[in-house]
Design a protein around this ligand. Structure first.
Ligand code: SF4
Length: 292
């Protein structure tokens, strides 16, 4: 067998494997989408009695950008009376997941009170009448009645809960603590950090190792402090890469693309400068311990 035939055989084998692999991946992701990407209907507690029906609906609006504006409830009750009831209602179009409470009219009471309801099937249809897209949720009569009568969340509570869920991954609000190095009377400049790298305070630090001198002209008296050595300085998670620490003490702090680190062999003898950086850090992730 010639070398070219062998090479062709190997190539065909590889292509077949690639196709099978891609098909398997596509099947896998399709399955994931079916399992985890399906729109979700939640029946909520109506705050008004009688004909009112409340619900929440969640779908992937970036994948399916439709304007949802209608809900329908259909009862199929072959063993009871009436055998069929259908009610529907339109509302202001929603372009992303939402919750609402709507007046379904007297047919809703008729639907819930149908004879032999326990053997019926209820279909909830959420749709965009403009785009002709609909999602359908089928459930047995007893399940539908239970969901309606035992719903605990109102529309407002549901929206609040979803908002809280959505916010869980976000960063906590920044809490800026009182800074011992902040002077607030720099003429015409407002609050500033009284640090050696700030030109407004440079004169105060001349000949010092970082501690501002009291009573220098042009700034409020800053607390005189004795310098100290650091035993350990470190960065806790949460750095927002603002560069403040590196601007203050670049021999110790190095700001990377997504966090800040302590430089290897960073000098530990200028505790005041490290303290300045820690106090300037807007998210308070710079921690240090003093040498004893
Ligand atoms: S000051 Fe704080 S938040 Fe800013 S870069 Fe340094 S460690 Fe990060």
């Amino acid at each position: 067998m010639s070398t070219s035939l062998i090479a062709m055989g190997v190539a065909i084998f590889l292509v077949i494997n690639l196709v099978i692999g891609l098909a398997a991946l596509s099947l896998l992701f399709g399955t994931f989408e079916t399992l985890f990407g399906k729109p979700k209907l939640t029946i909520l507690r109506a705050t008004q009695s009688g004909n009112f029906f409340a619900f929440g609906f969640k779908w992937n609006s970036s994948k399916e950008p439709v304007k949802i504006n209608s809900i329908g409830l259909r009862l199929f009750n072959p063993f009871g009376n009436p055998t069929q009831v259908e009610v529907s209602k339109t509302f202001d179009a929603k372009t992303s997941s939402f919750a609402t409470e709507v007046d379904m009219g007297p047919g809703f009471i008729e639907l819930l009170g149908a004879q032999n309801f326990d053997f019926a099937v209820v279909q909830v249809v959420i749709q965009s009448t403009k785009e002709g897209i609909a999602w359908q949720f089928d459930m047995k009569g007893p399940k539908f009645r239970k969901l309606v009568s035992e719903a605990s969340l109102s529309v407002d509570q549901f929206i609040k809960q979803k908002t809280l869920d959505a916010d869980k991954g976000s960063k906590p609000p920044i809490d800026i603590p009182i800074r011992s190095f902040i002077a607030d009377t720099v003429p015409g400049k407002g609050s500033q950090l009284a640090i050696p790298t700030n030109p407004a305070f440079a004169a105060q630090f001349a000949g010092t190792s970082g501690a501002p001198a009291a009573g220098a002209s042009g700034a409020a008296p800053a607390p005189a402090a004795e310098n100290f050595k650091i035993a350990k300085v470190w960065i806790e998670p949460g750095c927002i890469v603002c560069n403040a620490c590196e601007d203050i003490y670049k021999d110790v702090f190095e700001v990377l693309a997504d966090t800040c680190i302590i430089r290897p062999n960073a000098p530990l003898d200028d505790g005041l400068r490290v303290q300045e950086a820690a106090e300037a850090c807007p998210v308070e992730v710079i921690k240090f311990t003093k040498a004893s």
